[in-house]
Design a protein. Structure first.
Length: 132
């Protein structure tokens, strides 16, 4: 049994948080995208994420706050939107094409260790956030 992993990744600091950025070169090559074009796209998306992290977090809270309350098993600590926001830590960004960026956040124990994710399209639209 032979495993071949061809995902390129790097760890960068985004808003003082270590974040992994990754892409699969086979996915990119199959789409006819050259590395220079991909790197420029990644740079644009990362810059937008840095400038708009409050907007991203607000969208995640809007989409998942009710579900987060359903998962809250600690009645002694009521989950507030502000507490939820402070738990959102940017974890990684995946790039599969020039169409979107997959953004993953760690949220502590709010979802029993599961993260939350949201897609950012190339035209800077955020999809509905999901527990992942």
């Amino acid at each position: 049994l032979i495993f071949t992993v061809k995902t390129y990744s790097t760890i960068v600091s985004i808003n003082n948080q270590k974040t992994t950025i990754s892409f699969d070169p086979d996915d990119i090559e199959e789409q006819g995208i050259n590395l220079d074009t991909l790197c420029k796209f990644i740079n644009k998306q990362v810059n937008w994420i840095i400038k708009n992290e409050t907007t991203i977090k607000s969208k995640i809270i809007e989409d998942l706050f009710s579900l987060a309350n359903e998962w809250n098993t600690d009645d002694s600590i009521p989950l507030t939107k502000e507490l939820f926001k402070t738990q959102l830590k940017l974890n990684y960004l995946d790039f599969f094409s020039l169409e979107s960026c997959f953004i993953d956040y760690h949220v502590g124990e709010i979802f029993a260790g599961h993260g939350v994710n949201i897609n950012l399209s190339s035209d800077k639209k955020l999809d509905e956030a999901q527990m992942g």
